[in-house]
Design a binder for this molecule. Structure first.
Ligand code: HEC
Length: 155
């Protein structure tokens, strides 16, 4: 499959504090094509976790979740060519702003950029006849009761 330039541009958005995970390739990546709804469900989980990590000021985890979220969006764009290019590229500024906020450990900027990013999710849903899928900045209470979001105490 040809990687398009804009997808590479999106994929290369740097997240400064990220954990390198390039080695974690799925062994069945060339046989298994996830359904778009499954990719989006993963994006939803990551969007939620990104917010929880940022709220808990766990910036390393936030950087990781942002990268995971970007990977979901890149995957959607690469695998589903019916998705208009502009619907993905318009997310770039808010992804970058979120990345910058994480690098700066700036909670306010993080909240603002996540709001913009969330609007980008919905803009694409509206334009693709999925206006009934409305994403919002999460509200409490904490939904992932099986994961700790507060940073761990330094050993
Ligand atoms: C470039 C377009 C596009 C962007 C950007 C986008 N989505 Fe989607 N999303 C879709 C499409 C198309 C569907 C419908 C998939 C289907 O019909 O199977 C969808 C469906 C969904 C669903 C429903 C999945 C299900 O099976 O219940 C969720 C949740 C979702 N998106 C979350 C998100 C989140 C969160 C973001 C932003 C971080 C986002 N999406 C950004 C195009 C997009």
């Amino acid at each position: 499959m040809m990687a398009r330039g804009w997808v590479l541009a999106l994929a290369s958005l740097a997240v400064s504090t990220t954990v390198a995970a390039q080695d974690l390739k799925s062994p069945s990546a060339d046989q298994y094509v996830p359904r778009l709804g499954d990719i989006m469900s993963a994006a939803q989980t990551r969007h939620q976790k990104l917010w929880l990590a940022g709220k808990a000021q766990n910036w390393a985890l936030a950087a990781f979740e942002l990268n995971q979220l970007k990977a979901s969006l890149v995957e959607a764009a690469l695998l589903y060519s019916g998705i208009p290019v502009s619907n993905v590229t318009t997310l770039e500024p808010s992804l970058q702003a979120t990345s910058d906020a994480i690098a700066a450990k700036d909670g306010r900027k993080f909240a603002r950029s996540l709001g913009d990013l969330t609007e980008g999710c919905n803009a694409c849903h509206r334009s693709m006849g999925r206006s009934f899928v409305v994403i919002k900045v999460p509200s409490d209470p904490q939904p992932f009761a099986n994961q700790q979001f507060a940073p761990q105490a330094k050993p």
